[in-house]
Design a protein around this ligand. Structure first.
Ligand code: C2E
Ligand code: CA
Ligand code: CA
Length: 656
């Protein structure tokens, strides 16, 4: 009971929001409070001016005015101030004390006037006190403690004083005011409780808003972060690139975009497991972050793709050097739990201004440079240049011409034999595409196949070529096989493979006579999907040849997982086979591997007699190359067959 009463009469300093709200609400009432106090006081001094001594009508009131004025001025200058919790509590305490002090002062002063006046003037004193105190209680509504203290200090003496005058009017008045005050205190309690509840609910609302904001910030952070490497993700990278392009253009500074693609990551993932694969990606992120001092901003764009923003010097030579440094860092071995994994990263760079002025352009150009780097200079950096722009335009023209082309009449096939060196008989023909465009003239297959891939029309091109190749095969003896190339896109397109299976079935050619050539890079790009399509082809009895073997980074474990029937060793190893010991040992390994897994091994690019001799010594039997025949028109394949059939077993002769 006592402690509750004490709580009611003290400031709730444990509730900072309430204290601040009280101070703010009260501050608004201060001028009104003093206005009322001073006007009422002036009125009382005027009615008593001649009746009471100057001490009571002049000096003491002047002192009270001075205090009031001082408080008002103080209020005026501090009305916009923000207070800490401690300051606010201190201010409330001093208001509390001042209220008690002024209440006692004004009350004592006004009661002391009572004995000097007549009945009217005495009534004025009673009216003054009752009226003023009720007004003040109203103004102190938000400061319950102060309002209660004032009530006790003023109304206690007031009721006793007038209740004991013996005058029934004053007794009635005292009683009346006491009752009204009780009612007012009741209202005050209710009001104060509601005020407290309002502040509490505001506080809850603010807390909830803050929590919502926090969650939304966290969400934003996560939406922009790659959860594995903690690097920014593609979304943030893109936004950051756009922002920095704008900034660079405004300030006239340089900027470049780099795109990194890891070479050989998938085999690592497969051989060591996803746990190590994840660690490797994290390590790649760390190594890239290590270049932050060079104004490099790295991000993970997805899978084994990373992006970099280079800020500052737009000098291609410097960027190239920095890019190569980054590639060298990525090439260092990755050691986890005593196991060593190796990957490399190719980097394509596009410079703001040189390569374009929009994020889209820079992405496109960096992607092109990356593509070239992967094709020709794996594990190094390549800066997009003006010559590349010419090449892109050229490609654009080719793509346009391809879209308008009539495949049926413009595309044709040439055939290059695969020769069995033991018998010198032709074991198969590889179909190679040719395109003769009316305006562009002949276009190299490497160029138009890539353009068809980019234009998204490779599927229908491959289907047309397959139809033509199957027709050609029908003119050869049954033991001569047909080899058809699939592009990277075809291998991972379920639809294209479905269509090809239909075309083969309709052709009447025995699927067992057919080989499909896929490159290891195509297979590695999306192993799961490629493997599934390859299995579907193999299930029909079609042979699967792994083309350009040795140029990619596929591990032997991958080769094992595919139903391969043929491995074609890339021409690159044959060129220097007579002189290069390393090429010889690589070819020897591949030949042995093929034998172990029951595959036929074919060497491509045989151009000289010396090469043939060297490869025969290594145990190679199937060969393809200009030495035997250049790719030829269908009519000529028949002629070659006529000649080759007459060749004596074991004797190698140049034909075609
Ligand atoms: P590829 O599949 O590796 O084809 C072998 C390429 O090596 C052919 O070039 C062929 O003419 C060439 N070649 C054969 N023997 C020798 C030789 O002794 N020395 C030299 N220097 N080259 C030799 P081609 O016809 O220009 O084709 C280039 C590439 O274009 C092909 O490489 C293949 O990847 C692609 N391609 C060709 N036709 C098709 C096709 O119908 N479909 C698809 N998807 N790609 C094709
Ligand atoms: Ca091929
Ligand atoms: Ca090849």
């Amino acid at each position: 009971m006592f402690s509750r009463a004490k709580a009611v009469l003290t400031i709730e300093s444990g509730n900072p929001e309430l204290v601040q709200a009280q101070l703010a609400a009260f501050t608004k009432q201060v001028p009104l409070l003093y206005f009322m106090l001073v006007t009422n006081t002036v009125a009382l001094t005027v009615t008593h001016f001649h009746a009471a001594p100057a001490l009571l009508t002049l000096y003491i009131p002047s002192m009270l005015y001075a205090v009031s004025l001082f408080r008002l001025v103080h209020w005026w200058f501090s009305r916009h101030r923000r207070y800490t919790h401690e300051e606010a509590t201190a201010r409330l305490r001093s208001t509390y004390r001042l209220t008690a002090l002024l209440g006692a002062g004004f009350c004592a002063w006004s009661l002391s006037l009572f004995s000097f006046g007549d009945a009217y003037q005495q009534s004025h004193v009673a009216f003054y006190i009752a009226n003023t105190v009720i007004g003040c209680i109203f103004c102190l509504m938000h400061l319950r403690a102060a309002a209660l203290a004032l009530t006790a200090i003023v109304l206690g003496p007031f009721t006793i004083f007038f209740g004991t005058t013996g005058n029934p009017v004053f007794t009635a008045l005292a009683l009346n005011v006491a009752l009204v005050t009780v009612a007012m205190i009741f209202i005050l309690f209710t009001y104060y409780r509601d005020f407290g509840a309002l502040i509490q609910s505001q506080k809850d609302l603010t807390e909830r808003q803050a929590e919502t904001q926090r969650l939304s910030d966290e969400n934003h952070r996560l939406a922009n972060l790659d959860s594995l490497t903690n690097l920014p993700n593609r979304r943030q990278f893109r936004a950051e690139l756009e922002r920095r392009i704008e900034e660079a253009e405004k300030n006239g500074t340089g900027l470049a975009l780099g795109l990194i693609d890891l070479d050989g990551f998938k085999p690592v993932n497969d051989a060591f497991g996803h746990g190590i694969g994840d660690k490797l990606l994290i390590e790649v992120g760390d190594r890239l972050t290590g270049f932050s001092g060079e104004h490099v901003f790295p991000a993970r764009l997805g899978g084994d793709e990373f992006g970099i923003i280079f800020e500052g010097s737009p000098c291609p030579v410097r960027l190239h050097a920095l890019g190569d440094e980054i590639c060298a860092a990525l090439q260092e071995p990755y050691v986890f739990n005593g196991q060593t994994a190796r990957v490399s990263g190719s980097l394509g760079i596009s410079i703001l201004g040189d390569a374009g002025t929009t994020a889209d352009r820079l992405f496109d150009r960096a992607d092109f440079a990356l593509y070239l780097a992967k094709q020709n200079f794996r594990g190094t950096a390549l800066v997009f240049s003006a010559e590349h722009e010419v090449e892109i335009n050229e490609q654009g023209r080719i793509q346009q011409a391809l879209r308008a082309a009539d495949f049926e009449s413009e595309m044709y096939l040439v055939f290059q034999p695969m020769v069995d060196a033991d018998t010198n008989g032709i074991s198969a023909y590889e179909a190679l595409a040719r395109w003769e465009n009316p305006t562009l003239g002949p276009v190299a297959p490497g160029t138009f196949i890539r353009a068809a891939e980019r234009a998204g029309i490779i599927g229908s091109l491959t289907e047309t070529l397959m139809r033509k190749a199957l027709v050609a095969a029908q003119s050869w003896p049954d033991h001569v096989r047909l080899s058809v190339n699939l592009s990277t896109r075809d291998v991972v397109s379920t639809k294209t493979v479905d269509n090809l299976l239909d075309i083969i079935a309709e052709s009447g050619v025995d699927p067992a006579r057919l080989d499909i050539e896929v490159t290891e890079t195509a297979v590695m790009r999306n192993f799961a999907l490629a493997a599934e399509n390859i299995r579907r082809l193999a299930a029909r009895g079609i042979g699967i040849a792994l083309d350009d073997f040795g140029t990619g980074h596929s591990s032997l474990s991958y080769v094992h997982k595919l139903p391969l029937t043929k491995i074609k060793i890339d021409r690159g190893f044959i060129v220097d086979i007579a002189t290069n010991e390393l090429s010889r040992s690589i070819v020897k390994t591949i030949v042995d591997l093929s034998r172990n897994i029951g595959c036929v091994c074919v060497v491509e690019g045989m151009e000289t007699h010396e090469q043939v001799v060297a490869l025969r010594a290594l145990g190679c039997r199937m060969m393809q190359g200009y030495y035997f025949a250049r790719p030829q028109r269908l009519e000529d394949t028949l002629a070659y067959r006529a000649v080759s059939d007459t060749i004596v077993n074991g004797l190698i002769r140049k034909t075609g």
